[in-house]
Design a protein around this ligand. Sequence first.
Ligand code: AKG
Ligand code: FE2
Length: 243
Amino acid sequence: MNEAGASPDLKEGLYIGREIPTDHPYFLEGLLNSGPNQWPDTIPDREEFQKSTMEYYHAVFDLAKDIMAVLALTLNHDEAYFDPLTDGAVATLRYLHYPPPPKQMGERLRGIGAHTDFSCITLLLQDEVSGLQVQPIPGAYVVNLGNLFSRMTNDTYKSNLHRVINDSGNDRYSIPFFLTGNPKYVCKCLPGFQKDGEPGKYLPATVQEVVSSSYKETFARAERYKAEIQTKIQNNVTKEVAA
Ligand SMILES: O=C(O)CCC(=O)C(=O)O
Ligand SMILES: [Fe+2]
């Protein structure tokens, strides 16, 4: 659950990563959901779907690496500066579907609640149905900086808050790609972003540590929400029995 105080996200999706075999260290060490992809049996032409998904995955991965090289240049480093972060990077492609929200369910419904991305950068392909609160441009990507990049610049480069509310009345589809990073890469404040003598806002931490703690927060929020709902249901049942 992304946004405290809102309803749980309405979105549903299929998450795809690099094919990681079960003897790979990332799988053995349980790093950032790495493992063999779980391709649904219900897809009519599964082989073709798998092939075109992975082709797209690798193409957009290369594009994300190029964007990281450009970002390195903006920081006066050479373009290979982020190679240790992007080599062996965990990255996730999501096929997302946002159903039109049921009318009677009130205002706090979110396709996806307000959040900043946990990734380093996100490349986001949208269909023509708006909702992200950034106007979709056909064929263009929205590029978001994620929390990891923000962290490395001591929050000088910002990961922006965003959400999706699909009030178009139609289904909405999007395909974000999250370049997270090599799980073992240590994110520390990049040179030039720390004032002399002052500590950075964040301690150095690996991609694995930073991202898994964000996941933990998200799931803990969902657990609290479930517990609140359970209590409300329980209280209503008790009231009805007493009446
Ligand atoms: O579907 C979208 O346009 C946004 C998705 C998003 O923000 C996310 O998955 O983090
Ligand atoms: Fe996002």
